[in-house]
Design a protein around this ligand. Structure first.
Ligand code: HEC
Ligand code: HEC
Length: 301
């Protein structure tokens, strides 16, 4: 009796270990195939301006609007952003200093990285929202490159981004993807959305501001994958914003305080968004008002 039980237990253990090992091999294999895929992307020749107004436009885009500086640092010298169970995220140095890509990348190489999430050798860039930057207009991406070129060189080598076993599992389970996988690489030019306090410009700012990366594709809010961060809020009229005035929204983004006096967690980059102009914040507010009212964390269609 005892030996039969032991044998049964042993078989069960061997079976479980085999299942775990096979799952681990499958997760590694599938993620490795996706990570190693290369993309040949031809980019159009883009005029990069050098005038002060364009560089200032680039500064607004790289900071408050598109958050490059939030990850790559205000001096664009790069940093290790996250070193946690799922991944090590190192935002590279974009300047022309030692360890920076600015010294060797052509303007076309920068354009390909920003709008396509692809390096000059065809390899893919992880965990940077290039699928959103793909929507940047030609003028705006040129202004961002002009701004990168205007920055003083910084000597810094933040290291290599690395997807760890948990990160690979989350990727295989569809929690996040590689930006280059969801981009139409044949589109090489984007017209500008006219600047103004309009729904259309608000939508453009929401896309390039990566609001959906945290608030979900339909902006109804979602748990974040970085451990310890609060879930993002529902920005549709079905959420807390429904009875905020435009002034409430502007105050929330500028001071990080909701109308009820509670503080907004810094996991929400309100300090960057709050630097946008009244017209830009007004455009975002108008855009979120036009969305269908959804419940928190509604599934994307
Ligand atoms: C959420 C953080 C984040 C944001 C926002 C972000 N980046 Fe990145 N970026 C990264 C990470 C991380 C990498 C490196 C990923 C890797 O090694 O696979 C990267 C890579 C790059 C590269 C390629 C460098 C190389 O080594 O080939 C360029 C160029 C770049 N980013 C520019 C920008 C610009 C311009 C913006 C704003 C329009 C921006 N990034 C916004 C995180 C970010
Ligand atoms: C890096 C992730 C991230 C990004 C990008 C992001 N948010 Fe958030 N946001 C959050 C989190 C997390 C919260 C909830 C904070 C809390 O619970 O205090 C939040 C809260 C908010 C709130 C407060 C809503 C409420 O009901 O309390 C507003 C408004 C908001 N975000 C707007 C935006 C806009 C507009 C953008 C794009 C320009 C954006 N967010 C981009 C993570 C993000």
């Amino acid at each position: 009796m005892r030996t039969r039980m032991m044998r049964w237990l042993l078989r069960l253990t061997v079976g479980l270990v085999a299942i775990i090992a096979l799952t681990a091999i499958a997760v590694y294999g599938i993620s490795e195939l996706r990570l190693r895929k290369t993309y040949q992307v031809e980019v159009a020749e883009l005029f990069i301006p050098t005038d002060a107004a364009s560089i200032e436009r680039g500064r607004i885009l790289a900071g408050p609007a598109a958050h490059c500086a939030g990850c790559h640092m205000p001096n664009l010298g790069g940093q290790v952003m996250v070193d946690d169970l799922p991944f090590l995220v190192a935002a590279p140095n974009l300047t022309s200093g030692a360890g920076g890509v600015g010294a060797t990348y052509s303007n076309g190489d920068l354009l390909r990285a920003i709008r396509h999430g692809v390096r000059p050798d065809g390899s893919t860039i992880q965990l940077m929202p290039a699928q959103n930057y793909n929507q940047l207009s030609d003028q705006d991406v040129a202004a961002i490159i002009a701004y990168i070129r205007s920055m003083p060189p910084v000597d810094n080598q933040p290291g290599e981004t690395e997807l760890r076993p948990l990160g690979r599992l989350l990727m295989v389970l569809g929690q996040f993807g590689l930006p280059a996988e969801s981009i139409d690489h044949t589109v090489t030019s984007s017209a500008a959305v006219p600047f103004g306090r309009t729904v259309a410009y608000g939508q453009y700012l929401a896309v390039i501001g990566n609001c959906a990366s945290c608030h979900g594709a339909n902006y109804s809010g979602a748990p974040l994958i970085i451990p310890g961060e609060p879930p993002s809020a529902n920005l549709t009229p079905g959420g807390g914003l429904s009875d905020w005035s435009e002034a409430d929204f502007v105050t929330a983004m500028r001071a990080g305080v909701r109308p009820d006096g509670s503080a907004i967690d810094p996991a929400m980059p309100w300090e960057l968004t709050g630097q946008l102009s009244d017209d830009e914040l007004g455009a975002l507010y108008l855009y979120f008002k036009t969305l269908p009212a959804l419940e928190y964390n509604s599934p994307a269609e």
